[in-house]
Design a protein around this ligand. Structure first.
Ligand SMILES: NC(=O)c1ccc[n+]([C@@H]2O[C@H](COP(=O)([O-])OP(=O)(O)OC[C@H]3O[C@@H](n4cnc5c(N)ncnc54)[C@H](O)[C@@H]3O)[C@@H](O)[C@H]2O)c1
Length: 302
C-alpha cells in the first residue's frame, strides 16, 4: 500500500529532471499521474513529446499515467492540463508546479523577451495551472489536496545573472504564502520547494563553478527531491503548509520566512538623527540573527 494510493496528481514540466522523478515516485506510491511537458529547449523554445516517455515508463511498470503537452505559460494551457486530468482520471488531488526554463543575462543585457519568457513560464505558469485546480477544489469541496511550488535559491538568496528567474522564483514563494491562506478551509496545503539538482538546467552551471558532475551520485541527482515532495503529499503532512522546504546536495532543510527580527516605535515622525542611531542597531540585530541561523542550519548527519 503506497502513501499516495488513490490520489490523482498533475506534475508540470515532468518529461525530464526533477519532475520526471516526482512522477515516478508518485506512481510507485500508488498515485495516478498526468505527466505534463511542452518538451522544449532549455530556454523554453521548441517542443517535443518527452512527456510520452515518462507516461509510457509508468504505464509499463503497471502504474497509470497520461501525457499532456500544453504549455504552462498560458491560461488555455493551464486549463488544458487540468482538463487532461479530468478526462483521464475524473478527479484531481495534487498539483506540482514544476515546469521551468532559464534565460540568464545580467540586467544590463536582458531583453524584454528574456524577462517576459521567464515570468510567463514560472510565475504566470503557477497562476495558469493553479487557478483551475483551486476552483475545482472550491466547487467540488474536494478536501485534503496538495499544491507544491518550485522556487529556487536564486529567488530566495539571490543569484548573479538571474534577476528575471530570481524575481519569478521569489514571487512563487510569495504566491505560496498567500494561496495557503486562501485554500486552508478546504484542508489543502501549499508548500514551496527549494530544490537543487544536476539537470539540463544546471549541469553546465555546476561545472562552471568548478564542481565535477557525477551522474551516479544521488546527492547531485534530481531523484533526491522526489521523496520529499511525495512525503509532503502524503497524509503525514496534513498540517504542513506555507513552508519552504530545501532539498539539495543530499540535504533536507526548512527555511526561515520573512519576519521582523527587531523593531522600534516612536510617537512622532522619525528624524534622520534617530535613524542614525537606530539603523546600526537594526543591522547589528540582523547580523546576529544571520550568524545564529547559519550555525543552526548547518546539516546534521542522520
Ligand atoms: N535543477 C536545479 O538545481 C533547480 C534549482 C532550483 C530550481 N529548480 C526548478 O525546478 C524545476 C525543474 O527543473 P529541472 O532542473 O528539473 O529542469 P529540466 O529542464 O530538467 O525540467 C524542466 C522541464 O520543464 C519543461 N517545460 C519548460 N517550459 C515549459 C512549459 N512552458 N510548459 C510545460 N513544460 C515546460 C521542460 O520541457 C523540461 O522538461 C524548475 O522550475 C526549475 O526552475 C531547479
Amino acid at each position: 500500500m503506497g502513501v499516495l494510493n488513490g490520489k490523482i496528481a498533475v506534475v508540470t514540466g515532468a518529461g525530464r529532471g526533477i519532475g520526471r522523478e516526482i512522477c515516478l515516485s508518485f506512481a510507485k506510491e500508488g498515485a495516478k499521474v498526468v505527466v505534463n511537458d511542452l518538451g522544449g529547449d532549455r530556454d523554453g523554445t521548441g517542443g517535443g513529446k518527452v512527456a510520452d516517455e515518462v507516461a509510457n515508463e509508468i504505464n509499463d511498470l503497471g502504474g497509470e499515467a497520461s501525457a499532456n503537452y500544453d504549455t504552462v505559460g498560458t491560461v488555455e494551457g493551464g486549463q488544458g492540463i487540468f482538463q487532461t486530468c479530468m478526462d483521464s482520471f475524473g478527479a484531481m488531488d495534487i498539483l506540482v508546479n514544476n515546469a521551468g526554463i532559464l534565460r540568464d543575462k545580467t540586467l544590463y543585457n536582458m531583453e524584454e523577451s528574456e524577462w517576459d519568457g521567464i515570468m510567463e513560464v514560472h510565475l504566470k505558469g503557477h497562476y495558469n495551472c493553479t487557478r483551475p485546480f483551486v476552483r475545482y477544489i472550491r466547487d467540488e469541496n474536494r478536501l485534503n489536496c496538495r499544491i507544491l511550488n518550485m522556487s529556487s535559491v536564486s529567488g530566495l538568496f539571490g543569484n548573479f545573472g538571474q534577476t528575471n528567474y530570481g524575481a519569478a522564483k521569489a514571487g512563487i514563494a510569495g504566491f505560496t504564502r498567500s494561496l495557503a491562506l486562501e485554500v486552508a478551509k478546504y484542508k489543502c496545503t501549499v508548500n514551496t520547494i527549494s530544490p537543487g539538482a544536476a539537470t539540463r538546467l544546471t549541469i553546465d552551471l555546476i561545472e562552471a563553478a568548478g564542481r565535477k558532475y557525477d551522474e551516479n551520485d544521488w546527492t547531485q541527482g534530481p531523484e533526491q527531491i522526489a521523496p520529499v515532495v511525495t512525503w509532503l503529499c502524503s497524509e503525514a503532512a496534513n498540517d504542513v503548509t506555507s513552508q519552504i522546504i530545501h532539498s539539495q546536495a543530499g540535504i533536507i532543510g526548512i527555511m526561515q520566512q520573512p519576519a521582523v527580527i527587531k523593531s522600534f516605535t516612536t510617537d512622532n515622525l522619525w528624524t534622520v538623527e534617530q535613524l542614525d542611531k537606530l539603523m546600526p542597531e537594526l543591522l547589528e540585530a540582523k547580523k546576529h540573527h544571520d550568524d545564529e541561523v547559519s550555525e543552526k542550519g548547518a546539516p546534521k548527519k542522520v
